[in-house]
Design a binder for this molecule. Structure first.
Ligand SMILES: [Zn+2]
Length: 416
């Protein structure tokens, strides 16, 4: 099973925006760009929402059928590990092996030394096609990288072989993710991560490194954009080199996690994938949940009331909600509007505060991030929340599709 050149990770907490999201892929197709939708939902989301992986497959199948989508599509078991992979085997055909917890755990010294030995020929200034300057590689760099990631890649290998034993070779797509960790991986480290992935026999089609800078959930990129651009280009060159050098799948490509709303890096990303004629996978699921909240607020009436209720409760339960996402959010608590203040807001005020428009002076990225991790509150509202999604389906769908196509797909894949 081969993942196409461009793919886009969608998915929504409450399985109600399947059609609205797929509609964005249809718009892309009409604009001349083929993008494969990949519905993803992590174990973390499933456990907070109390859903089963089969529900994601059902949502995807239903949307595809209703909109008569002719292209391929996949269901991604996002950020899984050995303790939960079995829940996803049947419903998924895409597996994101999350080994971040093992990064920094040291492999046996003999394994590390053997890895250094096997890669000794790369020591020196490595000329890589597509790079302006060679990458400097030292024995120490290889050893340090191995100490940091070899154990994690070995764990990914165990996980991969477990899935392969259940689904059969070639019947699923494999991604290796290392994004939810503290330290970014440099392009030189990426080279040896890919060497280790190859040595472990994992046919990875996508790799999600931690890029330089902050990829906080649902808000713009924070960091040095020039450095990001340089490293992103280097990563693409390293991947093309590694495909040949380590005999990795031809279609191996980068995967950007927490890729939604990173408006300031979309232009550099677009330029780079064009320059290298490279594929790309971008995961964005969380932004759709925020569009639901915005859609509800715009709908006014009951919709706005529910949006306010979710904010009020999220504000009160800040620590509980933010805990599981500590690595991927940055909220300045003192910048959060008081619950009483928000209660008095109009539909327009709520929309302006949460809509990700950096040029709008009312936009509040702290409130937006809190709502991003606040979906547990909507779960607790149960039928009330679901009924509101159904009642206001049209206005919400419009926001969801616009957000994915106009604000994400266009700048990333089309370049406008
Ligand atoms: Zn991730």
């Amino acid at each position: 099973m081969q993942l196409e050149k461009y793919s886009f990770g969608i998915g929504d907490r409450f399985a109600h925006q399947g059609k609205a999201q797929l509609a964005a892929m249809i718009q892309a197709k009409q604009a001349g760009v083929d993008i494969v939708p990949v519905w993803n939902k992590s174990h973390r989301e499933h456990s907070i929402i109390h859903t089963q992986p089969a529900s994601v497959r059902q949502e995807a199948d239903a949307a595809v059928k209703t909109l008569a989508w002719q292209g391929s599509y996949h269901v991604d078991a996002d950020h899984i590990n050995m303790s939960n992979v079995d829940l996803f085997i049947e419903a998924s055909d895409f597996f994101t092996l999350d080994v971040a917890d093992f990064i920094g755990q040291k492999a046996a010294d003999t394994d590390i030394e053997m890895f250094v030995e096997n890669n000794r020929k790369y020591i020196g200034f490595q000329q890589i096609e597509g790079l302006d300057e060679p990458i400097e590689i030292t024995g120490e760099l290889i050893r340090k990288t191995a100490s940091k990631v070899l154990q994690a890649v070995k764990q990914a290998g165990r996980l991969y072989r477990h899935i392969e034993s259940k689904k059969g070779r070639g019947n699923f797509i494999t991604e290796v993710s290392m994004d939810e960790t503290d330290q970014a991986q440099t392009p030189a480290e990426m080279l040896f991560i890919l060497a280790a992935i190859s040595a472990e026999g994992i046919p990875a089609q996508t790799i999600a490194p931690k890029f330089t800078g902050r990829f906080n959930k649902g808000v713009d990129y924070v960091g040095d954009i020039d450095l990001f651009e340089k490293e992103f280009n280097q990563d693409l060159a390293v991947i093309q080199f590694a495909i040949r050098e380590f005999d990795l799948p031809e279609n191996l490509k980068l995967s950007i996690h927490s890729g939604s709303d990173k408006f300031s890096i979309y232009n550099p990303v677009n330029k780079a994938i064009r320059k290298f004629n490279a594929g790309l996978h971008v995961k964005t699921a969380g932004t759709t949940w925020l569009e639901e909240i915005i859609g509800l607020a715009v709908a006014d009436g009951q919709g706005l009331q529910i949006a306010k209720k979710i904010y009020a409760e999220a504000f009160r339960r800040f620590d509980e909600l933010c805990g599981p996402y500590a690595a991927v959010i940055d909220i300045n608590k003192t910048e959060l509007p008081a619950v009483e203040e928000v209660d008095a807001w109009t539909s327009r005020q709520f929309k302006d505060a949460v809509t990700h428009d950096p040029d709008c002076s009312h936009y509040n990225l702290n409130m937006r991030q809190l709502l991003h991790v606040g979906y547990k509150i909507a779960v607790e509202l149960g039928d009330n929340y679901i009924e509101a999604l159904e009642q206001y389906e049209d206005v919400i769908a419009e926001h969801v599709t616009y957000n994915i196509f106009d604000r994400h797909i266009k700048p990333i894949f089309i370049g406008t």
